[in-house]
Write a protein that binds this ligand. Structure first.
Ligand SMILES: [Zn+2]
Length: 63
């Protein structure tokens, strides 16, 4: 049995991660990239940006 690379639980035969974990990770990454690119364009202030990224990251990478 392979272990899920995101949560460490057994992922199943020939699987490196749960589909749900991988999806959450990819959505979180895409979301952060989107925030970053928007912030770069809008020149938004850094504390707010950092707070938002942290929020997304804690939701997506908490597993
Ligand atoms: Zn997992």
């Amino acid at each position: 049995m392979e272990k899920c690379q995101f949560c460490g639980n057994e992922a199943g035969f020939l699987r490196s991660a749960y589909k749900e974990c991988k999806q959450a990770y990819e959505e979180g990454t895409a979301c952060i990239l989107e925030i970053m690119s928007k912030a770069a364009v809008a020149q938004s202030d850094l504390p707010v940006l950092r707070e938002t990224v942290h929020k997304v990251a804690s939701t997506s990478y908490s597993m």
